[in-house]
Design a protein around this ligand. Structure first.
Ligand SMILES: Nc1nc2c(c(=O)[nH]1)N[C@H]1C(S)=C(S)[C@@H](COP(=O)(O)OP(=O)(O)OC[C@H]3O[C@@H](n4cnc5c(=O)[nH]c(N)nc54)[C@H](O)[C@@H]3O)O[C@H]1N2
Ligand SMILES: Nc1nc2c(c(=O)[nH]1)N[C@H]1C(S)=C(S)[C@@H](COP(=O)(O)OP(=O)(O)OC[C@H]3O[C@@H](n4cnc5c(=O)[nH]c(N)nc54)[C@H](O)[C@@H]3O)O[C@H]1N2
Ligand SMILES: [Mo]
Length: 764
C-alpha cells in the first residue's frame, strides 16, 4: 500500500523502550516535566498516593517505584496543567463542545469551579458551592419519591467518599446505586458468592510466587494492568506454564520486555510469557472451559484405571463441596463436537490445557472482561470456579481465582456499601451506628437506571465520577434518556461527553483527584482504597489543588447531604469531613471486617480484609463451595445466520475506558486512528472485501428481535487480523451504538459488550 493508513504490524515485545518513550510524551504534553517526574515517583509509595490507573496490588505497597506506562498516563492526565475554567466554557457553547472528539473534551483540562448549565446562552457558567447545593436539594426534595433519583458511582471514589455517599443516599431513602461495576465485574459479584461465598478474588500477590501454573482468560494486562506483567514475567522465568485463552494475540501475553530489567532493556531482549496460547472464538469460553474440565475428568479416569489415586482432589470435594455429580453429568452430556464448534478450539488443545492443569499442584486462574461481558458472563465465572474446585485449588498457597478488577477502587466501593441490593448486614450496621432503618428493597443497577430514566420513572441523577451515558450500551437511547432529566449532577475532575447531555438543571462540581493534597479543618487527609486482592491501604496526594474552588469528594457529598437532609438522623457530616478518621470509625462501626481501621491503615502496606475461601470457609447457604451447572454452551449469535459475526469491543493501549489519551494502539499495530475493525482474512475474502477497504458494521438482530436499521457504525477501515473466523473486534466506546440496552447477562445485568452480533458491508 502506497499511502500510510496507520496500520502496520508491531514487531517489538510489549514494554521496553517504546513504553519509556510513551511516558516521556505523556509528561511532556500534560505537565511541567520536573513536577511530572517527581509526582510519578510518589505513585504507590507507602507515603504517596494510590495509582488511579488500575486495581492491581503493589508488593506490600512499600516497594520502590514500579514502572508502568499506563499508570503514568493516568497520573499525568489527572495532574495536567490544563484548566477547563469558566473562561474556557464561556468561549464554547455546549452544542459546539458536543461536536468535539472525546479526547478533545477531556483535554480541556481540570474543572476549576462549580458550574451550572445556562440554557439561554447554551453554556456552563460558574456558580457558588452553596448555590449548587441548594439547587440539588430543591431538585431532590421535589421528587414524589426518593426512588425516582439515581446515584451513580464510578470506581475511582475512595472508601471514605463512597461510604459517605451511600450513607447520604440511604438516609435520603433509596437503593438506586447504579455503578461501573454493573458494566464490569458484576458477573463476579453475582457468580462467585453462589460458588464460593464471596464475590471477590481469593489470591494474594504472594500466591503468584507459589503457583505451578497460571491460566489467563480474557484480559489484556499489558495495557490494562501493566504492573501485573512483572508478576507474570517472574512466573514465566521460573518455568511456571502460563496458558492464555484469548481470541486476540495480545503482545504482552506473548512476550514482554521489563523496563525495570537493565539486561532486557540493554539487549533488546524479552521474556516469553504464554506457554500455550489458545485463540478461542469470541464468546466461546464456556465451551472451552467445559472442554478443559472434560479433559480433567478423562485424565482422572485414566489414572484410576492405571491403579493411581486419581487426579481429582476427592477429599476436598467430599468435605468442602456440593454439586459434583451434577457437574459430571452435565460434562458427560456435552459432546466434544459441540465444544469444538462453539469454542473454535480443537479437542487436543483443550486436553493439553487439562494436562497442564493436572500436572500443577496449585493453579491460579485470572480473568477479565473477555469473560464477564457476555450473556453467559456469570456462567463463565462459575465455570472457572468449577475447574478450580475439581483439584481443591482454593485455600492453599499458590491457588485460587483472580478476577482482574477495573477501576482502582471499584472493589472497595462495593465493600463499603455501593450496592443496589443493600445486604442485610450493611443495613443492620447502619441502623446500629446511625439509628435509622435504611431502605431494604433492591434499587436499580446501571442498565435498569438508564431504562428508568428513559421511561420517566427516574427524574434525577447524581454521578460520583464516570461517564455513564457514554460507557453504557446503546448511546442513542441513553443520551436521549439523560437529556430528559429534571436534575443532573456530575462530580468530576474533567469534563466529558456525559456532562454535555444536559437536562433541565445540570450541575458540574469539580473535585480533587488522588494526586492532590486534601486539606480539611482537621489537617491534611488520607483516603483509603481496596485493591483486587482485598488489601486496604492509605493514599495521600501532595500536589496543590487545581484551583482554590475545587473540593474533595467527601466534602462535596457532605455538602449535598446537609443541604438535602438538613439535620435528619443527626448525622455529623461536617465532623466526618473535618477528619476522615471519623468516617473510618463509622465504617468500622457498620462493617466489623474493618476493625481497628485507623490503626491498621497506618501500618505500611495496610491490611487484608477477610476472605472465607482462603481458610476454606464458604459463606454459601449450604456452607459448602458449590459446583454450579451451566447447561449447554453459551448461545451463539451466529447460529441464526452464518453471515453474522460476533464482535467484541476492546480498549486500545491509549485509553482509560471512555478517556481517550491518544489515537495509537501500539501493540495491535494501529497508529493515529481508532476507526478500524479487526477481521479474519478469510471472513474478509468471503465478503469480497480486502484489508484497507472501508466498511460499515450493522447490528444484527437476535431471535425474536426487530431489526434496527439505524444501529450502524459507519466508515471503518478493515484490518486483516489474527482473530478466529466468525469473530471481529472494534473499539469501545465507539462500537456501543451496536449494542441494544436489552443485550445483557440475565443473571448479573452486565451488558454483553463482548458478544455483539454484527453484519459487515462495504461502506455505503
Ligand atoms: N490503561 C488502562 N487500564 C485500565 C482500563 C483502561 O481502559 N485502560 N480500564 C480499567 C477497567 S474499568 C477494567 S474493567 C479493566 C479491563 O481490563 P481487561 O479485562 O483486560 O479489558 P478489555 O480491554 O476490555 O479486554 C479484554 C480482553 O479480553 C479479550 N476478549 C474479548 N472477547 C473475548 C472473549 O469472548 N473471550 C475471551 N477469552 N477473551 C476475550 C480481548 O482480546 C482483550 O484481550 O482494566 C482497567 N485498567
Ligand atoms: N462497549 C463497551 N462498553 C464498556 C466496556 C467495554 O469493555 N466495552 N467496559 C465497561 C466498564 S468495564 C466500565 S468500568 C465502564 C466505565 O464507565 P465509567 O467509570 O463511568 O467511565 P470512565 O471512562 O472511567 O469515567 C471517566 C471520567 O471520570 C471522571 N473522573 C476521573 N477521575 C475522577 C476522580 O478521581 N473523581 C471523580 N469524581 N471523577 C473522576 C472524569 O470526569 C472522566 O471523564 O464502561 C463500560 N462500558
Ligand atoms: Mo471496568
Amino acid at each position: 500500500m502506497a499511502k500510510d493508513d496507520g496500520v502496520r504490524p508491531y514487531t517489538h515485545p510489549a514494554g521496553g523502550w517504546d513504553a519509556l518513550g510513551a511516558v516521556a510524551r505523556a509528561i511532556r504534553t500534560q505537565m511541567d516535566v520536573a513536577v511530572g517526574a517527581k509526582t510519578l515517583l510518589r505513585n504507590n509509595q507507602p507515603v504517596g498516593f494510590d495509582c488511579p490507573g488500575c486495581a492491581w496490588p503493589d508488593p506490600k505497597h512499600t516497594s520502590a517505584f514500579e514502572f508502568c506506562e499506563n499508570g503514568a498516563k493516568a497520573v499525568t492526565w489527572e495532574a495536567t496543567k490544563k484548566r477547563a475554567s469558566p473562561e474556557v466554557f464561556a468561549r464554547h457553547t455546549v452544542s459546539e463542545l458536543l461536536t468535539w472528539a472525546d479526547h478533545d473534551i477531556e483535554n480541556l483540562g481540570r474543572l476549576t469551579h462549580p458550574m451550572a448549565y445556562d440554557a439561554a446562552s447554551d453554556r456552563y457558567v460558574a456558580i457558588g458551592w452553596d448555590e449548587a447545593f441548594a439547587r440539588i436539594a430543591a431538585g431532590l426534595n421535589a421528587l414524589p419519591s426518593p426512588d425516582m433519583a439515581e446515584f451513580y458511582t464510578s470506581g475511582r471514589a475512595s472508601n471514605e467518599a463512597a461510604f459517605l455517599y451511600q450513607l447520604f443516599v440511604r438516609a435520603y431513602g433509596t437503593n438506586n446505586f447504579p455503578d461501573c461495576s454493573n458494566m464490569c465485574h458484576e458477573a463476579t459479584s453475582v457468580g462467585l458468592p453462589q460458588s464460593i461465598g464471596i464475590g471477590k478474588g481469593t489470591v494474594s500477590l504472594e500466591d503468584f510466587d507459589h503457583a505451578e501454573a497460571i491460566i489467563s482468560i480474557g484480559h489484556n494486562p499489558g495495557t490494562n494492568h501493566p504492573r501485573m506483567m512483572t508478576t507474570l514475567r517472574e512466573a514465566a522465568k521460573r518455568g511456571a506454564p502460563i496458558v492464555v485463552i484469548n481470541p486476540l494475540k495480545e503482545r504482552a501475553l506473548e512476550r514482554f520486555a521489563a523496563p525495570q530489567s537493565p539486561v532486557e532493556m540493554a539487549t533488546f531482549g524479552a521474556t516469553a510469557i504464554a506457554s500455550d496460547y489458545l485463540q478461542v472464538k469470541v464468546g466461546g469460553d464456556a465451551a472451552a472451559l467445559k472442554g478443559i474440565m472434560k479433559g480433567v475428568l478423562a485424565l482422572d479416569a485414566a489414572d484410576l484405571a492405571a491403579g493411581g489415586a486419581g487426579l481429582l482432589d476427592r477429599a476436598f470435594i467430599a468435605e468442602h463441596t456440593q454439586g459434583f455429580e451434577a457437574l459430571v453429568a452435565d460434562l458427560e452430556a456435552t459432546d466434544w463436537g459441540a465444544i469444538e464448534q462453539a469454542s473454535g478450539l480443537e479437542r487436543g488443545r483443550l486436553e493439553q490445557v487439562a494436562r497442564v492443569y493436572c500436572a500443577a499442584r496449585s493453579v491460579i486462574v485470572c480473568y477479565g472482561m473477555g469473560v464477564t461481558q457476555h450473556r453467559a458472563g456469570t456462567a463463565n465465572v462459575q465455570l472457572i470456579s468449577n475447574l478450580l474446585l475439581l483439584r481443591g485449588n482454593y485455600g492453599r498457597p499458590g491457588a485460587g481465582i483472580c478476577p482482574l478488577r477495573g477501576h482502582s477502587n471499584v472493589q472497595g466501593d462495593r465493600t463499603v456499601g455501593i450496592d443496589e441490593k443493600a445486604p442485610a448486614p450493611l443495613r443492620e450496621g447502619i441502623k446500629r451506628v446511625f439509628g435509622f432503618d435504611p431502605p431494604a428493597a433492591h434499587g436499580h443497577d446501571a442498565v435498569e437506571a438508564i431504562k428508568a430514566i428513559a421511561e420517566g420513572r427516574s427524574r434525577a441523577m447524581i454521578c460520583l465520577g464516570g461517564n455513564l451515558a457514554v460507557a453504557m450500551s446503546d448511546p442513542r437511547r441513553s443520551f436521549a434518556a439523560v437529556r430528559g432529566l429534571d436534575l443532573s449532577v456530575h462530580i468530576a475532575t474533567k469534563p466529558n461527553r456525559s456532562h454535555l447531555m444536559v437536562g433541565k438543571e445540570t450541575l458540574l462540581l469539580p473535585c480533587l483527584g488522588r494526586t492532590e493534597l486534601d486539606m480539611q479543618a482537621g489537617g491534611a487527609q488520607s483516603v483509603t482504597v481496596e485493591d483486587s486482592m482485598s488489601m486496604v491501604h492509605a493514599s495521600k496526594g501532595r500536589l496543590p489543588a487545581p484551583s482554590e474552588h475545587v473540593r474533595s469528594e467527601p466534602a462535596i457529598i457532605a455538602g449535598i447531604a446537609r443541604a438535602v437532609l438538613g439535620d435528619r438522623y443527626g448525622i455529623d457530616w461536617e465532623g466526618m469531613v473535618a477528619d476522615y478518621d471519623r468516617i473510618r470509625d463509622a465504617i468500622e462501626g457498620v462493617l466489623p471486617a474493618f476493625a481497628d481501621y485507623n490503626a491498621r491503615i497506618r501500618q505500611p502496606g495496610g491490611f487484608r480484609l477477610p476472605l472465607g475461601p482462603t481458610q476454606r470457609v464458604w459463606h454459601t447457604p449450604s456452607g459448602k463451595a458449590q459446583f454450579m451447572v451451566f447447561e449447554g454452551l453459551a448461545e451463539d449469535p451466529r447460529s441464526q445466520d452464518p453471515a453474522v459475526l460476533t464482535l467484541t469491543t476492546l480498549r486500545s493501549h491509549d485509553q482509560y475506558n471512555t478517556t481517550i489519551y491518544g489515537l495509537d494502539d501500539r501493540y495491535r499495530g494501529v497508529f493515529g486512528r481508532r476507526d478500524v475493525v479487526f477481521l479474519n482474512p478469510e471472513d474478509l475474502a468471503e465478503r469480497g472485501l480486502a484489508a484497507g477497504d472501508r466498511v460499515d458494521l450493522h447490528a444484527a438482530p437476535q431471535a425474536g428481535e426487530a431489526a434496527d436499521p439505524d444501529a450502524v457504525l459507519r466508515g471503518l477501515t478493515a484490518v486483516a487480523y489474527d482473530i478466529p473466523r466468525g469473530s471481529a473486534g472494534a473499539y469501545y466506546p465507539e462500537a456501543n451504538i451496536l449494542i441494544p440496552l436489552a443485550h445483557s447477562d440475565p443473571q448479573s445485568g452486565t451488558p454483553s459488550y463482548k458478544s455483539v452480533p454484527v453484519r459487515v458491508t462495504r461502506a455505503g
